[in-house]
Write a protein that binds this ligand. Structure first.
Ligand code: F6P
Length: 320
């Protein structure tokens, strides 16, 4: 039976990571474990920035955005010598297992550590919703609320000035934030890496919205890393009846107090992670699929198709 576990947050932070740290710490301690916080992701593991967590030290963090453990990206963790250093730090403290809260890059590190004898469980912490094995990642719903709030405000001013607001949202290569906010805000056009970007077609559609449908404004939501939205806004002004304005929502989407859904999801997933580790299971990641909290082997999770996207693309098109 294991006695000591660690918990870390890795990659881009997301609202709800603290709720997960709190759940892991409290449920772990209540199950008889000692729980250690590993600070600044895998970097802190390598450097030995590791400290005990207590029931008290995780109070007041449930409602806070960001991560109290800090986060970092450490591409060097792919190097086995770097991982060996990290394992030594864990062994020195008697830490036998680790919960890794992060994105799919963090899962790969968790899998490698498991292969090297440290059982790891992954929890999906990212606003991108780009981990296909789970219907939702921790932080996605809060980020969605932030985007919806911003786009609703942009709609007001676009409407007053006969403008087309082009709003760039995060998502890495995943279009969920764009598509979901597009549906929730009634956007006219959504562009994601899944939908592709045909600029001429979009300009034609905007011209129709202005001249034929007599729309007072238009909202285009576009995933990051697709095009330069400021340049695109200039071409909208030149080629359609709307004046184009671009807004990049940026890191604002990563902050803020987690919404109740993310607090619940993080708490349930944290509970599942402890249950798995107590059974001596590692190399798995926790997911919510069809409203059930489940776990999959990380190797399988990384290549699983997502269950929910197609119906939403259809929904957006049918609402147009
Ligand atoms: O993975 C979360 C995320 O916010 C992505 O949406 C975005 O592409 C990336 O991280 C930004 O990374 P950074 O904070 O390192 O600039």
């Amino acid at each position: 039976m294991i006695k000591r576990i660690g918990v870390l947050t890795s990659g881009g932070d997301s609202p709800g990571m603290n709720a997960a740290v709190r759940a892991i710490t409290r449920i772990g301690i209540n199950a008889g474990l000692e729980v250690f916080g590993i600070y600044n992701g895998y970097k802190g593991m390598v450097e030995g920035y590791i400290e005990p967590l207590t029931t008290e030290s995780v109070s007041e963090i449930l409602t806070r955005g960001g991560t109290v453990l800090g986060s970092a990206r450490l591409p060097e963790f792919k190097d086995i010598e770097v991982r060996k250093k990290a394992i030594k730090q864990l062994q020195r403290r008697g830490i036998e297992a680790v919960v890794v809260i992060g994105g799919d890059g963090s899962y790969r590190g968790a899998l490698e550590l498991t292969h090297m004898g440290i059982n790891c469980i992954g929890l999906p912490g990212t606003i991108d919703n780009d981990i296909t094995c789970t219907d939702y990642t921790i932080g996605f719903m809060t980020a969605l609320e932030t985007v919806v709030d911003a786009v609703d405000k942009l709609r007001d001013t676009s409407n007053s000035h006969h403008r087309c607001s082009i709003v760039e949202v995060m998502g890495n290569r995943c279009g969920d934030l764009a598509l979901w906010s597009g549906i929730a805000c009634g956007a006219e056009i959504v562009v994601t890496s899944e939908s592709g970007f045909d600029e001429q077609d979009i300009l034609d559609r905007l011209r129709d919205l202005d001249q034929i449908k007599k729309k007072k404004h238009a909202i285009v939501i576009i995933s990051e890393k697709i095009t330069d939205v400021h340049q695109f806004a200039k071409r909208v002004t030149l080629n359609t009846g709307f004046s184009g304005r671009a807004t990049v929502l940026g890191h604002i989407q990563r902050g803020g107090s987690p919404c109740p859904f993310d607090r619940m999801l993080a708490s349930q997933m944290g509970e599942k992670a402890i249950d798995l580790l107590m059974q001596g299971i590692g190399g798995q990641c926790v997911a919510i699929r069809d409203n059930q909290i489940v776990a999959y082997p990380i190797e399988r999770a990384l290549v699983m198709p997502s269950s929910s996207k197609k119906p939403l693309t259809n929904l957006f098109e049918r609402l147009g």
